[in-house]
Design a protein around this ligand. Sequence first.
Ligand code: IMP
Length: 193
Amino acid sequence: MVCFATNNQHKIEEVRALLSPDFPLVGLDEIGCYEDLPETQATLEGNSLQKAEFVFNNFKVSCFADDTGLEVTSLNGDPGVYSARYAGPQRNSTENINLLLKNLKGIANREARFRTVITLITPTVTKQFEGIVEGYIIDELRGSSGFGYDPVFIPKGFDKTLAEMTLAEKNLISHRALALQKLVGYLKASKII
Ligand code: IMP
């Protein structure tokens, strides 16, 4: 059994779609963890490690945790590790997008990337996996699927936003899917699953 240390139902759905149906993946509620996981570090690597360590140390189950940031080149990598709280602690996606578009007003370079870092902790190993999707930020919101910054992010080589894609389309290219594929490859190679 491996626990995905997240309270975000969207993410659990994304991950389940990538795994075979018999993969013994459980969420935090299934191991009795109802607390907010600590994420007080200044990097994606630090936060994903902190969350995974919290679950492993307190619940003694193999687990992985992810942390993702939208890194915008002309904003010096912001909002980055603060992506969820960009417009304030209320973690509101619409407000985050509005602030992002305001800060990019008049700026020609719209280059951005989503970067995910996953930390896996088992009794024998602690390991990190990274996934990146490059793209750019558009000025208007398009599409209604997905979450977060999806309506303003167009991946490189595409003409629609992540929010205009189906979950299956997003899972072929997304930062989290790429990091997750590396994780699953590792679990299989090391015979953990
Ligand atoms: P988290 O660390 O995965 O919770 O991600 C932090 C923040 O990045 C989220 O609150 C979202 O605003 C944003 N984010 C993460 N993954 C995605 C995604 O797949 N699409 C759009 N925004 C995302």
